[in-house]
Design a protein around this ligand. Structure first.
Ligand code: SF4
Ligand code: SF4
Length: 472
């Protein structure tokens, strides 16, 4: 027996205890240092040749058995690798969940500085908006998928652009799919990712009977910072109206706050947290999470590179609204927890204010690695995740099942993704899988290379360890 390559260890305050985590089994233990030392002794081969290849001492053997049961000890490196392959194959082919993100429109009523949609004055005149006819074809395809995949649950996320700019399509598909899932005995959960400006109790009440699970709303800092980062297209601020809308719908459904920060706005987040904490709806917020705005750098030489937020002069990743860069309950892309030194500071601040952030460790494998997760564009094109929308070359199909070599080639390419193969023995592979593939595509020009946010994982692990220790 030897320690698993997926073991992680954080010494706890006082020095007598250690937090152990195995990222493959997700086992988390707070143990005394002598139990953790058993792993080091096993690594040195101390128990090879003993009866049962384990410590002879009874009390040590009990601890040994716990480590074994929880995957901290494995037969050898090959068995660890096999277990990883089985896990990733299982994630990829799982039929438990059919997960679909629908972009009702690419139009937006905001003009966020960091958004690729915000830099064209006439963008909204031409941006795609799903027609009711296309929505009908989407419904047909979704029902075919329900019959083909036979999932236990259907998670349906409305996104954009600003999804609430196309309410008829949202209502039509939510109602149709609710009936379709009901008749097939499938649970349905609806999420909406919105800028919050058009969010009203009427919208919430209309969606509640169709499985509304959560709404994620973006606030990019305190009042003044948010108004600078997320103005209306006419330049007016949006903070007060959004907060008022949250107040009006809070308590009717799960609300999470997501925020995107860059170097100019990050310091305003504690003030936003102070503000949120004072609001009468504070206890209704199920999650509060902030992420760095990632802007596309020019292509880098191939290799594993650290991912860093860059200056405000460069434009972000392609794809849909940058609001997706933020985890909330059931958000589109809960995996985009990018590297940044400020992340752990904001995570701790969020906790300190009494809100729940994403733990920053459980980030993947993300939707791009799942055969039954899809993003649907306003024209009915299928994509593997929101980070690849808008380009024919990254579309994996179409809801009308048309056969086109370019989409078929993309589908095969995404089917063969395995960027973690370049990650060696990194213990974070089961919770990272090589990072954001959309980012690899944009930054490295090769989606099969990892974009590494290991530093962010390491700092998140320390926070997780301290949280686990205080709860133990
Ligand atoms: S590839 Fe990137 S954008 Fe796409 S789901 Fe994964 S983390 Fe999100
Ligand atoms: S991208 Fe980095 S953190 Fe993620 S699995 Fe690879 S080496 Fe580990």
């Amino acid at each position: 027996m030897q320690p698993s390559m997926f073991n992680l260890r954080v010494p706890l305050e006082g020095g007598d205890e250690v937090f152990l985590m195995n990222t493959l089994t997700d086992a988390q233990l707070v143990v005394s240092t002598d139990v953790a030392a058993l792993l080091d002794r096993a690594a040195k081969g101390e128990f090879v040749g003993t009866a049962m290849a384990s410590p002879p001492d009874d009390s040590e053997r009990q601890a040994w058995d716990v480590l074994l049961e929880n995957g901290f000890l494995v037969e050898n490196r090959a068995s660890d690798r096999r277990a990883l392959d089985d896990y990733l194959t299982g994630v990829k082919s799982s039929t438990e969940e059919l997960n679909v993100t629908l972009l009702t429109t690419l139009q937006c009523n905001f003009a966020c500085d960091y958004c690729f949609q915000g830099d064209h004055g006439d963008y909204n005149l031409h941006a795609d908006k799903m027609s009711l006819e296309t929505a009908g074809r989407v419904g047909d395809w979704l029902e075919r998928e329900l019959d083909r995949v036979r999932p236990e649950r259907f998670v349906f996320t409305f996104f954009g652009g600003e999804p609430l700019l196309n309410l008829p399509v949202m209502y039509l598909l939510a109602e149709r799919m609710w009936n379709a899932t009901e008749s097939r005995g499938v649970s349905m959960f609806v999420n909406i990712i919105t800028n919050g400006l058009l969010l009203t109790p009427a919208v919430v009440d209309r969606m509640l009977p169709y499985g509304l699970n959560g709404i994620k709303i973006t606030l990019d800092g305190d009042h003044d910072t948010h108004n600078r980062m997320r103005p209306l297209r006419g330049g007016q601020g949006t903070f007060d109206r959004i907060v008022e809308n949250i107040r009006r719908v809070a308590g009717r459904c799960r609300i999470s706050i997501g925020g995107n920060f860059d170097e100019s706005s990050v310091d305003s987040y504690p003030a936003l947290l102070d503000f949120l904490k004072e609001q009468d709806f504070a206890d209704k917020l199920v999650k509060v999470n902030f992420k760095p705005i990632i802007r596309a750098e020019p292509l880098q030489p191939k290799g594993i590179i650290p991912l860093t937020p860059v200056g405000a002069s460069r434009k972000p990743l392609n794809g849909t609204c940058m609001t997706s860069a933020g985890a909330g309950h059931g958000s589109t892309c809960d995996s985009c927890d990018f590297l940044d030194d400020k992340m752990s500071f904001l995570r701790d601040e969020t906790r300190r204010h009494g809100f729940t952030p994403h733990d920053g460790v459980h980030n993947g494998p993300c939707h791009v690695h799942m055969q039954h997760a899809h993003t649907i564009g306003p024209d009915g094109s299928l994509y593997p995740c929101p980070g690849f929308t808008g380009q024919l070359a990254t579309s994996t199909g179409h809801v009308d099942d048309r056969s086109e070599p370019v989409r078929e080639a993309a589908r095969l390419k995404f089917d063969r993704l395995d960027p973690w193969k370049e990650c060696g023995d990194c213990a974070f592979i089961p919770v990272c899988a090589g990072g954001c593939v959309a980012n690899s595509h944009t930054q490295l020009g090769d989606m099969n290379l990892p974009t590494c946010h290991k530093r962010s994982f390491e700092s998140a692990l320390i926070s997780l360890a301290h949280t686990a220790a205080s709860a133990a």
